[in-house]
Each structure stands twice: as structure tokens, then as C-alpha cells.
Design a protein around this ligand. Structure first.
Ligand code: PSU
Ligand code: MN
Length: 309
């Protein structure tokens, strides 16, 4: 095993027995939601994974160790520290390891650690992407590059319109990342069910998704994006939420927010100007993704067992 990696006992055991495991990220805890809802959500999402018959492995860097599987105390610690924890993407990992520091891992860094641990399915809320105005700022999330190179399937609720959704899909196409719609032909737009942009393939069951993931692992490698729409009862009115997002993006531009601060700034502003309504939607969609991710991890385990029997 890698000298920097610690895998929690329960996760290690599940992996050794070929049982389903679902990775969860930690930037969503520290930078994506306010305390204490962030910690409550992280614990609730772990429960949803368990109820779905898989073992959750929340991922972070703690004291210079790559962690696959956190204790409730470690989740509470990251959630309480919030924005003062380093938001850790690929480029930050070697620095945090050398300095024995803490980091909350983004989609990109969580994928790296999940792959090192042997975890193939990862559940989150939303991924980073090509930001609006990227033609001049070059602000393109490292999450997209990671999806092209690291062999983990990421279940998310699509891309939110703080991003340029069309350019994000173009980038994923260039990088060879399959985009699957879970029960939909369209890429969902996080707070709402549709973006108007099509996906590469619609899948209607965990088994269908698992077949594609196994075929990809056995051939071209790299990541896969699985987009699962927000549940109907939490889907927000597109005109309403898009107007709020426009307001937040305009404010970020006015204040000159850039680099790794952009996404957390926008998420926080949107939560504040919607009076917390977007936060409830965010929490509901992450739980919904956890349910689907657990089912896909189970289907992968079942299909592998069949192959070997
Ligand atoms: N989108 C969300 N919630 C989040 C993030 C994105 O709705 O918490 C986080 C994820 O950790 C994602 C990161 O990997 O933001 C992307 O940051 P950036 O755009 O700086 O790459
Ligand atoms: Mn960025």
C-alpha cells in the first residue's frame, strides 16, 4: 500500500472482500455548506450509503496522511474548521503531505485518493467545470482533467450554471470522458432537472451503468461522469435560481474573486441570497446521489462476482 495512505479498517475489509464501497469528498463539508448543516449532511450521506448496502469512505488529508474513511470526530473537525482548512486539489496534495497538514479534498483530489485505495465509485453534489468567462480567465476546474485520467466513476447532479455548461461538456468531450445521464437524456443543472444539453448515453439502472464502467476499466481507463437529476420535490424554478446565480456571478466579478476562492464564494452567495432554499436542495440531491452511487457500487460487485464464478 502507498506509504502516505491510511484506509479505515471497515473500508479495507470491504475492499478485500470485493464488497461495494462509495467514496465521499470533504471540500463539500468544509467549503460547500455552513456548519453545522455540513457535518449533519456528511453523516446523513454516510447513512444513505450504508442503507444502500455499501460502505462509505469519506476522504480527506489529515495531519499529512491521505485518509480513505474518516471517523465522525474527523468529519466534525473538518466541518467546524470550514473555510480555514486548505481546499485541496491535485496540486496541493504533495505540499500537505510534506508539511503534515490538513486538507479537505475536492472532486479531483478525492478521485486520486479513491483510486489509490481501490474505490471505484464516488458520490458528490456538483463537480467543478469551465467557468463562465473562461475564454479570458482560463478558469477551468482541475476536476475535469482528473476525470480524464483517474479511474473513478463520479455520481453528481450535473453542472450548475455558475459554470458554462456547454463549454464544460465540450471540455469533457475533448478529454474523452463519458457523460452518462441516470434516468435522463439531458445533463441536469444541479438545482434543476435539465440544462438543455444532451448526455452521451442514458442509463436506466445501476446494472447498465456498472456494465459501462467495467468496460471502460478493462479498456481505455480514466473516469466517468454519471449525472443524476435532483428529485422533483426539490427541483427549483429555473428562472428563479438562474437569476440568483447571475447575481452571485456578477458580485464575484465586481469583487475580483478568482482562483480557488471562486467556487466557494459563489456557493456561499447563492445560499445567502436564496435564504437557504438552495442549501436544502443541495442536501437533498447529495443524498439522492449517495443512493444511486451505492446501487452502482453494488452492481459492480455483483457483476464481478458473476464473472469470477
Ligand atoms: N460544487 C458544489 N459544491 C462543492 C463544490 C462544487 O456544488 O462543494 C466543490 C467540489 O469539491 C469541487 C470543487 O471539486 O468545489 C471545485 O472547485 P474549483 O471550481 O475551484 O475546481
Ligand atoms: Mn478554478
Amino acid at each position: 500500500m502507498n506509504q502516505y495512505l491510511d484506509i479505515a479498517e471497515e473500508v479495507k475489509k470491504a475492499l478485500a472482500q470485493g464488497k461495494p464501497v462509495v467514496a465521499l469528498e470533504s471540500t463539500i463539508i468544509s467549503h460547500g455548506m455552513p456548519y453545522p448543516k455540513n457535518v449533519q449532511t456528511a453523516m446523513a450521506v454516510e447513512d444513505v450509503v450504508r442503507q444502500g448496502g455499501a460502505v462509505p469512505a469519506t476522504i480527506a488529508v489529515i495531519g499529512g496522511r491521505l485518509k480513505a474513511g474518516l471517523s465522525p470526530e474527523e468529519i466534525e473537525y473538518l466541518g467546524k474548521k470550514g473555510l480555514s482548512v486548505t481546499k485541496a486539489s491535485r496540486r496541493d496534495l504533495p505540499i500537505l503531505l510534506a508539511q503534515k497538514a490538513d486538507g479537505a479534498t475536492t472532486v479531483a483530489a478525492t478521485m486520486i485518493i479513491a483510486e489509490m485505495a481501490g474505490i471505484r465509485v464516488f458520490c458528490t453534489g456538483g463537480i467543478g467545470g469551465v467557468h463562465r468567462g473562461a475564454e479570458t480567465t482560463l478558469d477551468i476546474s482541475a476536476d475535469l482533467e482528473e476525470l480524464s485520467r483517474t479511474g473513478v466513476a463520479v455520481v453528481c447532479a450535473g453542472a450548475k450554471s455558475i459554470l458554462d455548461i456547454g463549454l464544460t461538456l465540450e471540455y469533457l468531450e475533448t478529454k474523452g470522458v463519458p457523460v452518462l445521464g441516470y434516468g435522463t437524456d439531458e445533463l441536469p443543472a444541479f438545482y434543476t432537472k435539465s440544462s438543455g444539453f444532451g448526455v452521451d448515453c442514458r442509463v436506466d439502472s445501476p446494472e447498465e451503468a456498472a456494465k459501462i464502467l467495467l468496460a471502460r476499466e478493462a479498456t481505455v481507463g480514466g473516469g466517468t461522469l454519471i449525472a443524476n437529476p435532483v428529485p422533483d420535490e426539490y427541483s427549483m424554478a429555473p428562472e428563479y435560481i438562474n437569476a440568483k446565480i447571475d447575481e452571485a456571478v456578477a458580485e464575484a466579478n465586481r469583487l475580483g474573486i478568482k482562483g480557488k476562492e471562486t467556487t466557494p464564494f459563489l456557493l456561499d452567495r447563492i445560499q445567502k441570497i436564496t435564504g437557504g432554499e438552495s442549501l436544502e436542495t443541495n442536501i437533498a440531491l447529495v443524498k439522492n446521489n449517495a443512493r444511486v452511487a451505492a446501487a452502482i457500487a453494488k452492481a459492480i460487485a455483483a457483476q464481478e462476482q458473476e464473472k469470477h464464478s
